[in-house]
Each structure stands twice: as structure tokens, then as C-alpha cells.
Ligand binder design. Structure first.
Ligand code: SF4
Length: 235
């Protein structure tokens, strides 16, 4: 029986991954840097348009001050907003976080995501996406970047933009469409840790070479595999 051929984009993703490691080095999240699923969820819910390091610090500060996510769920909104002033949109972050934590507690009796460990990844992500303030980026983050360590590609703005320009996903794909396009064509040998590293490498590509308003295609490490870059240098 003839085996089905790989989608050509699978090989493209392997080459891009190798080229980015060549340019930036390995970016491997140590096991002790993986946070709990609940911490990862909170970091994502409050993190809209805010640098990762700032959201990480705000999430740590919440837990340090109140001691548990159940206690954070009970914090009045003005006080929660005051705790989140480093975020780009403190009021929105406070409202979303409070609604999200209270929805989990209503459903599970306490703020916990332990029940997701028994579900297949797609089902767990679908459950997470019913929560206020949780979309595909955050649900994939909870599954992949937390101690769950599941196979789910996290897609942020850098990842989406670079994949669009390279030509792996459609030009106008939103985060969910980008995720749905990428997951079936990822190299089968990639582990959850490889997906995490791939995302972090593409984020660096978006920050250093393929910025929202400017592209340094001539020096870009993935120029050979990029449709937009090839068009740009042939003009
Ligand atoms: S070659 Fe240009 S468009 Fe392509 S990823 Fe690199 S910087 Fe972006």
C-alpha cells in the first residue's frame, strides 16, 4: 500500500525550525519553569497586549498577595484592577479574570483545572474556550506551556503574522484558523516541547526580523522558505 505523502508545508516547517535554531539557538523551557494550568490560564486572561514578563509578574503578585485562585475570585473588582495596573488594560483584565475564576468555581466547586487532565486535548481546549476571556491562544497555552505539557501549538500575533507572510497559513487567518491549519501539518515527530520551542522561535523571528510594520527579509534566517521574502528581494 502506498503511504500518503507529507504535506509539503510539513517539510517547510522542519526547515524553518532548524533555521531558527541556527539563528537564535535552542529555546527550551526547563521543566521547573512550567507553571500550573491555573497560573497559565490567569496569565493569559490578564495578558492582552501586554509583554509576557509583565503579565508573569502580575500573575505571581496576585498569588503572593491572596494565596489562592479561590481567594482572587473573591477580590472586589476595584481592588483587583489596582493589582493589575501594570497590564495594558487593567479594568478589562480585572473584569475578565474575576468572571473567569468565578465561572470555574461555579462549574467545579473550586478554582481548579485538574479535571482537564482526564480529557483529550481538543475537548479540554473546547471547555477552556467556554470561559470568559479565554480564546484559542490561551487554551492552547494552558495545554502546552503549563505542567499539562500537551501537544497544542500556541499562536500569538508574532506566530500568526510570520506564518501568514511565509505562506504556510492563509493571509487573513485568525488565531483559531491558524491553529486549525497548523496542527494537522506539524511534523509527526514533534513533541509538546518541540511545539513550545517552535512557538518561542517564531516569536523571536517576529520580534527581530518580521516585525508588524517592517521586515528585514534580506537578513532573515527563513528567507529561503518565505513566499513574501522571496517576492520582496526579487523586486
Ligand atoms: S523573509 Fe521577510 S517576510 Fe519572510 S519571515 Fe523573514 S522577514 Fe518575514
Amino acid at each position: 500500500m502506498q503511504l500518503p505523502l507529507d504535506d509539503p508545508r510539513t517539510g517547510q516547517l522542519r526547515r524553518i525550525h532548524a533555521a531558527l535554531i541556527g539563528a537564535f539557538g535552542r529555546i527550551i523551557r526547563p521543566p521547573d519553569k512550567r507553571r500550573s494550568p491555573e497560573w497559565t490560564l490567569v496569565q493569559g486572561v490578564i495578558g492582552a497586549q501586554t509583554k509576557t514578563a509583565i503579565s508573569n509578574a502580575s500573575t505571581d503578585a496576585l498569588l503572593a498577595r491572596y494565596g489562592s485562585w479561590d481567594a482572587v475570585a473573591d477580590v472586589p473588582l476595584p481592588e483587583l484592577e489596582a493589582m493589575l495596573t501594570a497590564q495594558s488594560f487593567p479594568r478589562v483584565a480585572a473584569e475578565r479574570l474575576s468572571a473567569c475564576l468565578n465561572r470555574i468555581r461555579d462549574a467545579r466547586g473550586t478554582v481548579t483545572l485538574t479535571h482537564l487532565s482526564n480529557l483529550p486535548t481538543a475537548e479540554a481546549m473546547a471547555w477552556l474556550e467556554t470561559l470568559p476571556g479565554v480564546a484559542r491562544k490561551n487554551s492552547a497555552g494552558v495545554m502546552n506551556a503549563s505542567t499539562f505539557n500537551r501537544e497544542a501549538m500556541v499562536i500569538d500575533g508574532h506566530h500568526r503574522r510570520t506564518m501568514q507572510r511565509i505562506g504556510v497559513v492563509p493571509e487573513k487567518a485568525d488565531t483559531a484558523k491558524t491553529f486549525d491549519t497548523l496542527m494537522p501539518i506539524l511534523p509527526e515527530e514533534w513533541s509538546a516541547a518541540d511545539m513550545d520551542e517552535h512557538h518561542l522561535l517564531l516569536k523571536k523571528l517576529g520580534q527581530r526580523f518580521c516585525k508588524p510594520r517592517s521586515m528585514d527579509c534580506a537578513n532573515c534566517p527563513v528567507l529561503d522558505d518565505c513566499r513574501t521574502g522571496q517576492q520582496a528581494i526579487s523586486r
